[in-house]
Structure formats: structure tokens, C-alpha cells
Design a protein around this ligand. Structure first.
Ligand code: BMA
Length: 341
């Protein structure tokens, strides 16, 4: 078995459930038996919560949740949990302010990611920039959320920061796109000295000829630092006569030059199979936005949106998932190069 190790803090209280006796299809990723962990109408005024991001905080966990309001407009809600499984949500959506402390709300906000760098927490989400683009805010106390410069021009979605600077620069993955349900999309990397100016854009990896990710891909959870590289859980999309299907994939990026893909799993790690993934507002969607992981045990909990209606939880370990990704790795030329043309 791989000796890959998570680099980062221990999270002894993270949610966990032992693996089943046998893995479905030999894939070492298994669902929590109590899924979905967040059901419909989770808080007054919100019809569905999905595609959301969580992390350890204090003696429990905190999260930013995509809440589809009963008027259909998505916003971001704050949630707290003791165990990472049972969540309580604040009734009011997060109030974003500008640098002067004045309320400064996006028109809508969806698919938030949450990343801690040094002592600041960053929320990165999709919002209107006269077209779908990326919004960002920072907080140190989860009480005041200050909007930052929008990092990229539209159209762009699925942006997520790396949890530390690399070669002295902040690093962000994103997925340039167009309006609506974009029929294409590759993952790119951008760097910034100050989180205001982003540049040195590099191609990381593209949709592939594997059918489960043949339409487009997009960044998912914040990359996990491991001794073998950045472990990335992302989403891959296929098209069918009945619409798009979103699965979860895995790859490992070079630790110092993350636009270089070291390993990329040719198989999905999780695909819609359960009722809460196959049936809902948008059927057949599994959409990862966060992990909680423990450096001590190598355990990883993947939080994913299911059918644009629920939040699901799945587990793996860094050793097993690394082995699986490496055993089934197919890395093509656009993945192995630095991404500069
Ligand atoms: C994508 C995003 C996600 C959503 C998915 C499936 O384009 O809008 O938020 O989960 O479509 O509807």
C-alpha cells in the first residue's frame, strides 16, 4: 500500500465510518450510511442545501452552504456542527460587506468553497459579474465577511484556493466557461502575490476521452497537501440523451508546480447511484466542494452536493485513494506539461 501521508493538522473528531466489507466496483470510496446528511427545507426560507464547503473550527466544524431560497435564488448560509454530520444553519444569509464595512451583497451566490490560509478564512463562490464569475470574501471570525476583488473576468466557475502559498504566491484553480450550462471546460491555475492581481495562468487538465468526464471538468474540494503531491477531488461531466451526469474524479498534482498532473484516475471515484444522487431538483449530480481530513490517520471525508438537493458524505483514506488513482492513472500530454503555450 502507498505510504502517502496528509500534511496538515490532525482532526481527531472528524466524521468517520468504517469501510464496507467489500468496495463497490473495487473503488475505495464509500458513502456514509446516514446519507443524505442534509435534507430538504433545512432552514426557514431555504428549500435545498447542496454544493457546500465545511472545515474544522473551534471544537467542532463550520461551513458555508449553498442555500436555494424559496424564491429560487441561491445564497450562502453559515452552518455549525459538533460532529460534521448534524448541521445547524443560521436563518439569515451571510451578510457580505465592503472594505468600509457597508453591506455589499452579490446578486446571487452559489457553490461556495472555504479555504483557510494562515489565519484567514476565504470563501470563493460563483456570482454575477455581468455574467457568471467568481466572488471572494475573507473572514477571521465568521462574523464579518469582507468582499475582495473578483479574481477573474467572466465567464468562470468552480474556483478554489490552495490552502497555502506555493513559491510565495497564492494559487487558485478555476474553470473558465461561458454563460449557462457550459458544454466545455478545463481546469486552470492562476497565481497572485496579493489576492488582488491574478496572472501567470496555466492549463492544469482538460476534459478527457474517458466518457464519464468527456464534456467538462471543474475543481472541487480545496487540494489536500500530501507527501506525493496535491490530492484533488474534482467533478467530471458526461452528456446523455437525458442531460448531464456529474461524477467525482481524483488526481494528484505536482507539489511545487501544480499545473503538472502526476496521476489522474481514469475511472470515477463516485458516480450517482443512490436515490438522493439520482433523484432531485437536478438528477444525477455528485458535486464535491470540500473535504475534512486527518493527518494522523489519513482519513478523508468528502462532502458533495447530490442532485442539487442534498448534501452527501463519503469516506476514503489517503493511502487507499492514492493507490487507486495511481493504479488507474492515465495522464495525457496536456496534463503532464506545465500548461504554458
Ligand atoms: C453546474 C453548477 C452546479 C450544479 C450543476 C448541476 O453548472 O450550476 O451548481 O450542481 O451544474 O446542476
Amino acid at each position: 500500500m502507498s505510504r502517502n501521508k496528509i500534511i496538515g493538522p490532525a482532526v481527531p473528531g472528524m466524521p468517520w465510518q468504517e469501510p464496507p466489507a467489500e468496495y463497490t466496483n473495487g473503488i475505495p470510496v464509500w458513502r456514509y450510511s446516514g446519507n443524505p446528511i442534509i435534507g430538504r427545507n433545512p432552514v426557514e426560507g431555504v428549500a435545498r442545501i447542496f454544493n457546500s464547503a465545511v472545515m474544522p473550527y473551534g471544537d467542532g466544524f463550520i461551513g458555508v452552504f449553498r442555500g436555494e431560497q424559496i424564491n429560487g435564488v441561491p445564497y450562502i448560509y453559515l452552518g455549525h456542527s459538533r460532529d460534521g454530520i448534524r448541521w445547524e444553519f443560521e436563518k439569515e444569509k451571510i451578510c457580505f460587506v465592503n472594505e468600509a464595512g457597508e453591506e455589499f451583497m452579490p446578486v446571487y451566490a452559489y457553490d461556495p468553497r472555504l479555504v483557510k490560509i494562515e489565519n484567514t478564512y476565504y470563501i470563493i463562490w460563483c456570482q454575477d459579474c455581468y455574467g457568471a464569475g467568481i466572488g471572494m470574501a475573507k473572514t477571521t471570525d465568521f462574523k464579518t465577511f469582507t468582499r475582495m476583488e473578483n479574481p477573474f473576468l467572466p465567464f468562470n466557475r468552480n474556483a478554489v484556493l490552495f490552502p497555502r502559498k506555493i513559491n510565495g504566491k497564492y494559487m487558485m484553480l478555476s474553470r473558465p466557461s461561458d454563460s449557462g450550462h457550459t458544454p466545455f471546460g478545463d481546469i486552470y491555475l492562476s497565481e497572485s502575490p496579493d489576492m488582488v492581481y491574478w496572472g501567470r495562468h496555466r492549463h492544469v487538465m482538460g476534459k478527457s476521452s474517458e466518457w464519464w468526464e468527456s464534456v467538462k471538468i471543474g475543481g472541487g474540494a480545496a487540494p489536500i497537501e500530501t507527501t506525493e503531491g496535491w490530492l484533488l477531488f474534482y467533478h467530471g461531466v458526461t452528456g446523455t440523451c437525458n442531460g448531464l451526469v456529474y461524477s467525482i474524479g481524483g488526481a494528484i498534482l505536482d507539489i511545487d508546480c501544480p499545473s503538472v498532473v502526476k496521476y489522474r484516475c481514469e475511472n470515477f471515484l463516485l458516480t450517482p447511484e443512490e436515490w438522493y444522487e439520482e433523484r432531485g431538483f437536478v438528477p444525477n449530480v455528485t458535486f464535491p466542494c470540500a473535504t475534512i481530513h486527518d493527518s494522523e490517520t489519513g482519513r478523508i471525508a468528502v462532502y458533495y452536493g447530490a442532485a442539487d438537493s442534498y448534501v452527501g458524505l463519503a469516506f476514503t483514506t489517503v493511502e487507499e485513494v492514492t493507490d487507486y488513482i495511481k493504479e488507474h492513472s492515465v495522464v495525457r500530454e496536456p496534463d503532464t506539461e506545465t500548461g504554458l503555450r
